[in-house]
Design a protein around this ligand. Structure first.
Ligand code: GTP
Ligand code: MG
Length: 388
């Protein structure tokens, strides 16, 4: 095998020289183009090609020293090895590129389904990772080109976990069912607690106890005391984990005990840890409900669940739907927490402004494109005025 390196500005001319010197059987093994520094040639300068050509010459094959042509290649077989390696690398890159293109294709398909509908602005309310899943879900409902708003609504509802409210019950022979309300400041924890306590007392005729651990905010105790007086239920105030444990013990004959906690911003991780400490002595089946506002932003929803997961919440309550004209953090919260929503609250009135959650209601909050005739008040929707 005879191998030789040729250089020149024209590949055609180089090819002619190779044919002349090595004959018609010569093969091109490698071509390199030298385009100057950083691939940019000075004006008027032509690129230089470096071509390695070979022709079969069995007698010389493995003795040839190719170090002058390919750095690191001592023999022709090593040269071939290097070439094979380069080829394998190239194939690997093409495979990766193929995979990336398939991914892009899939995303483009989802985007085109979404664009083809009239609902495009509603999609920005949906958690990024849910969008392709939603496109899949709507295809199952309507495999055609242009799903209707109802199809989108139904598809989104099919992805939303809810538990449709709590079945409060009498527990004469057993310890009470205990519900803890936690969440950021001012989201409506105490009001929601009062709404549910009222439901237990007035509608279910249950024996209810209230405990507040919010000794931080001025008037927080008075706020709950007022509700307890209105409902005629016992209330206790806990200043420490020991006191909370003792007060829950003292409420052993109640059917249901509601525990209020101080509001803490999702960015106040120390404050949330203090709540965790306060609750740490509670034994038995404690259900912590995480309350968050319907208009929470996506980034805040992420931060909220990341900080509050230390309290090991069992379910979610979405508050203040009546104040939310845009709900773009709810699906992020659902995705992060993987928890069901129990209730939606839509006003300040105790006990009326609370609804058992349903997938359809939450889908209407996230994508208000379907005018559901349900009673939920949603900020910015005409239903609000109608249902007041
Ligand atoms: N519009 C509207 N207001 C609500 C709703 N729920 C509660 N509120 C009001 O929001 C304000 C705060 O409610 P609270 O129940 O005190 O909120 P909280 O989470 O206990 O507040 P902190 O204990 O201070 O963290 C009050 O004025 C409530 O009447 C709701 O669903 N919609
Ligand atoms: Mg409160």
């Amino acid at each position: 095998m005879k191998v030789k390196k040729y250089t020149g500005n024209s590949l055609e001319k180089i090819r002619d020289v190779i044919t002349k010197e090595l004959g018609e059987d010569a093969v091109i093994v490698n071509i390199r183009k030298n385009s100057g520094r950083g691939g940019i040639l000075p004006l008027g300068k032509k690129a230089v090609f470096e071509v390695i050509a070979a022709v079969d010459d069995a007698a010389n094959a493995d003795k040839m020293n190719l170090s002058a042509t390919i750095p690191g290649a001592e023999t022709f077989s090593e040269l071939l090895e290097i070439q094979k390696e380069q080829y394998r690398g190239l194939r690997q890159s093409i495979k990766m590129l193929d995979e990336k293109l398939a991914d892009v294709d899939e995303r483009m398909e989802h985007i085109s389904i979404m664009k083809s509908s009239t609902t495009v602005k509603e999609f920005s309310n949906i958690h990024d990772e849910w969008q392709p899943l939603l496109a899949e879900a709507v295809k199952k409902i309507n495999p055609g080109e242009n799903p209707s708003p109802d199809d989108w609504h139904e598809a989104l509802a099919s992805m939303i976990p809810t538990a449709g409210g709590i079945m409060f019950r009498s527990t004469p022979q057993a310890p009470p069912d205990v519900y803890v309300f936690a969440g950021p400041t001012g989201v409506g924890k105490t009001t929601t607690l009062a709404k549910l306590a009222a439901k237990c007392v007035l509608a279910e005729k249950l024996n209810v106890g209230l405990i507040t651990t919010d000794t931080f905010r001025v008037a927080a105790v008075d706020q709950l005391r007022e509700y307890s007086a209105l409902l005629g239920v016992e209330i206790a105030v806990a200043f420490s984990p020991d006191e909370l444990e003792a007060q829950l013990e003292a409420f052993h004959d109640k059917d249901v005990v509601f525990i209020d906690t101080p509001g803490r911003s999702q960015y106040d991780t120390e404050g949330i840890k203090k709540i965790q400490k306060t609750l740490s002595r509670l034994k038995g089946s404690i259900c912590t409900l995480l309350v968050f506002p319907a208009n929470i932003r996506q980034e805040d929803a992420q931060a909220l669940f990341s900080s509050y997961r230390v309290l090991n919440p069992s379910a979610l309550i979405v508050s203040k739907t009546d104040e939310a004209s845009r709900c773009d953090g709810i699906t992020t919260m659902l995705d992060m927490s993987q928890l069901p929503v129990l209730y939606l609250t839509d006003g300040q009135k105790v006990p009326e402004d609370i609804h058992s959650a349903s997938p359809g209601l939450i889908a209407s909050l996230v994508m208000p494109l379907v005018n559901t005739d349900e009673a939920l008040k949603i900020g910015g929707k005409q239903d609000y005025a109608r249902s007041k």
